[in-house]
Write a protein that binds this ligand. Structure first.
Ligand code: SF4
Ligand code: SF4
Length: 407
């Protein structure tokens, strides 16, 4: 292990723009030169490993103490374990303007963004992560809505088909149920397959670097609990993480919960409606107090409130916390989720009005745009972080390979 003195000398050299010599003990160790996002994380973590002040903040620091060196797989794993709460930046005595310039949230965010693209399936589409921004998301919604509007006009009696109440608010007269299933089912299956293949590649790389042990039931249960409670957005003390400044706030955790559970309820409503349709032969649309409508209404409101809150928090976020190049991707995903939920609720409320066709086109256009961008956008962070938490909860149950530190 490098001594604190040698790490200090390395950090000083890097801060002055001079190359430093890599640790010699392992061929797999990333050379400590400021040449890549991974190298920057490795440099910063070697300083953290000597300092360890932030050990109680999150899962990253206990996982770090199990390592003396940081290879590519270690860095990719730790970057996805980081929840970007910002706590370790505001607590750090070596953060900029200190010459060591330790900024863990930013360094981790840069590596995370890179891992989404590097592990993407198919690899050729990995570059979409860099283009999947707010403008593209909104343009996609507009284009798909326009396409559906034209379809309604061309299959109906001209523009008049766009404005007129449908008896019983039955929108399947405009887009038959089987047509909708035919449009969305293949895209949904592709989303699941592409994300599954991407996370499989990630898993194959990080598993040997995280003890190599298989996930057992207690580890899976603890990882599920960490995910469902968003444990690591509590700052390690329960008061929350940092957003605009060093003050603690639970707002990010709460807005994430509203968004996540809102999304899950909307998905459950759609799945249940499919069972109603195909198993019981109960034709949509459903109304209150049916279970699909209840789940959809509660989920839609949660998703709308959660994404509105996340948008506001994102706009006020301390720019030092993350990789600013990924901000358009974050905002694009938030905007799509907001549009899906708000247009869905508007469709429900406006079902009996002449605006039904236009509201339906807007809602379907937003859902299609969301589906099309899911495998190559911000949605990936939930999938990769869950995989990293599974590895963390597995690894920490194994003996500490260096016999130092504690989990
Ligand atoms: S982030 Fe800073 S304070 Fe925290 S462990 Fe690393 S060097 Fe120490
Ligand atoms: S930003 Fe938060 S989650 Fe990430 S390493 Fe720092 S304290 Fe941990």
């Amino acid at each position: 292990m490098q001594t604190l003195q040698s790490l200090t000398e390395d950090a000083k050299a890097l801060a002055n723009g001079m190359p430093v010599i890599a640790a010699k003990s392992s061929a797999k160790v990333i050379p400590i030169q400021a040449i890549s996002a991974e190298a920057e994380v490795a440099r910063a973590l070697q300083i953290c490993n000597a300092c360890r002040y932030c050990e109680g903040f999150c899962a990253v620091f206990p996982a770090m103490t199990r390592r003396l060196e940081f290879g590519t797989a270690d860095v990719h794993y730790l970057a996805n374990l980081c929840h970007n709460c910002g706590a370790c930046l505001h607590a750090c005595q070596y953060a900029p303007p200190h010459e060591f310039a330790v900024n863990i949230p930013k360094a981790m965010a840069e590596v995370r963004g890179k891992t989404y693209a590097d592990y993407a399936w198919p690899s050729a589409l990995g570059g979409l992560y860099r283009r999947n921004g707010l403008t593209l998301s909104l343009a996609l919604v507009a284009a798909l809505t326009l396409f559906l509007v034209l379809a309604v006009v061309l299959q109906g009696q001209g523009l008049g088909a766009l404005w007129g109440a449908e008896p019983g608010g039955n929108f399947y007269r405009l887009f038959p149920h089987n047509l909708l299933v035919g449009m969305f089912a293949p895209v949904f299956l592709f989303v699941v397959f592409a994300l599954g293949m991407g996370v499989r590649r990630f898993w194959k790389e990080v598993k040997p670097a995280t003890s190599g042990a298989d996930v057992n039931r207690p580890a899976a249960a603890e990882a599920a609990s960490d995910v469902l409670r968003l444990k690591y957005l509590d700052g390690g003390h329960g008061e929350g993480c940092s957003n605009a400044d060093d003050a603690y706030t639970l707002a990010r955790r709460r807005c994430h919960h509203l968004t996540f559970y809102g999304f899950v309820l909307c998905f459950a409503a759609t799945a249940l409606a499919t069972v109603y349709h195909y198993v019981f032969g109960w034709a949509a649309p459903y109304d209150l107090p049916s279970l699909p409508k209840l789940l959809g209404a509660v989920g839609g409101v949660g998703l709308m409130l959660g994404t509105a809150g996340l948008w506001r928090l994102n706009r006020r976020r301390d720019p030092q916390h993350g990789d600013l190049r990924q901000k358009p991707m974050d905002l694009g995903f938030i905007a799509l989720l907001f549009l899906v939920s708000s247009s869905g609720l508007a469709l429900w409320l406006g079902r009996g009005t002449p605006a039904l066709a236009l509201l339906l086109c807007l809602h379907l256009g937003a859902v299609m745009a969301l589906f099309a961008t899911l495998p190559y956008g911000k949605f990936a962070h939930g999938v990769f972080r869950t995989a990293a938490l599974l590895r963390h909860n597995t690894e920490k149950r194994q003996p500490n390979p260096i016999g130092l530190g504690a989990d």
